[in-house]
Design a protein around this ligand. Sequence first.
Ligand code: SF4
Length: 421
Amino acid sequence: MKSNFQIPYRFKKIFYHRDARNDELTRRVQEYFPHLPAEAVYREEDFLQMIQKIPLTEGKRYLWLTRYKGDFIKYCPGATQTAQTYRCCNYLVINEATNCPIECSYCFLQGYVTNPAMTIYTNYERIQEELRRLSASNPGRILRVGTGELTDSLALDPILRISEKLAATAADLPNILLEMKTKTNHVDHLLEMPYRRLVISWSVNPEWIVRHVEHKAAGLKQRLEAMKKTCDAGFLIGLHFDPIIYYRHWKEGYAELIGHLREAVSPDRIVWISLGSFRTPPALKENIRLRFPRTPILAGEQIKGRDGKMRYIKPMRAQMYRFIYQRLIEAFGKVYIYFCMESRDLWEAVLGQSPSHSGTVDYSFARSLYHKFPELGFPQPDVELYQRDIVIQQAHRVHVLWRSPETAPIEGRLLKQRMSF
Ligand code: SF4
């Protein structure tokens, strides 16, 4: 059935792998864009060879529909690559699509994707299977799993309706909390569905940054209106202050933003708020300069972190985090706030305490969810369980997504008593 929703992005052509020609998502895309030429691809290598010659900005205007052959659910790269250096939270990601029709100047995909086409994986049923296995393999543990790792979760969702399919699966599972992350206002189709155990999250920045940096994303006013609608409709809301960007009037900008957010969203519905400063691999900076020569995001003194990424210097990060954290507490009271990929000393400088490793952060998330949202029916978190590995069972094998660092049980018990965030 054709949706009435008009997405604000322009595409040139649809390519689909012949194996995906009869898949529901391929049909949905073709029905939504009946005017676009569509071409079947018989050999993926031929398509990739052709598309890789096209620059990213142009390449994003081609839709590529294909089946994903690997595992959809993975551990967040932040932890597998940098867990010893930065505190992570055992978040799991679903790569349901790769690339994005939005054009944020800071987007890491600019230095990551080799195929510039907007790629949609049509075999979403495999994601549903993986969610079921993940849930069954980790009983008693609350698992936070999010789409939108390599795309915007809702940019094309009014056409594809992947959120609804995954939310229906998660609704039957006792321990999965799904998160959709977006910079759009594409929420009307979500309001029609019966599932509410779903976190709709927005990446937020001051109006000035949205206008000068987050090209083709929804304006701040539109995002706030969408937040209010979803909040009023009973969904859980997440807010990501990520990336926090330094600019001349950052204090006024972030203070004003938090004021607007407080008007749009009730603290009762907020599951979590993340803080993460702008960070980028050095090579990506060159890409950014080439694609967005007038971007203001490269201001502010930066150093190379232990993970090789460029970050603002520590005193600047601490100052920005403290300012935003304080305003958030004043506006929202006791909400769950955490840092994304930050070092132990930054946690301590702002919150006065720091988690010893990812399992500790994971446990504190679970505890917060269990106590704040009893209606979700999640299992009561046991701290010992969160010191163990997360396991996923694929069709013919079992593998561990996350290896817990060696942690003395006594430390877990102490944390159980002390952790308050
Ligand atoms: S919305 Fe996310 S994925 Fe899309 S361009 Fe912006 S940062 Fe990249």
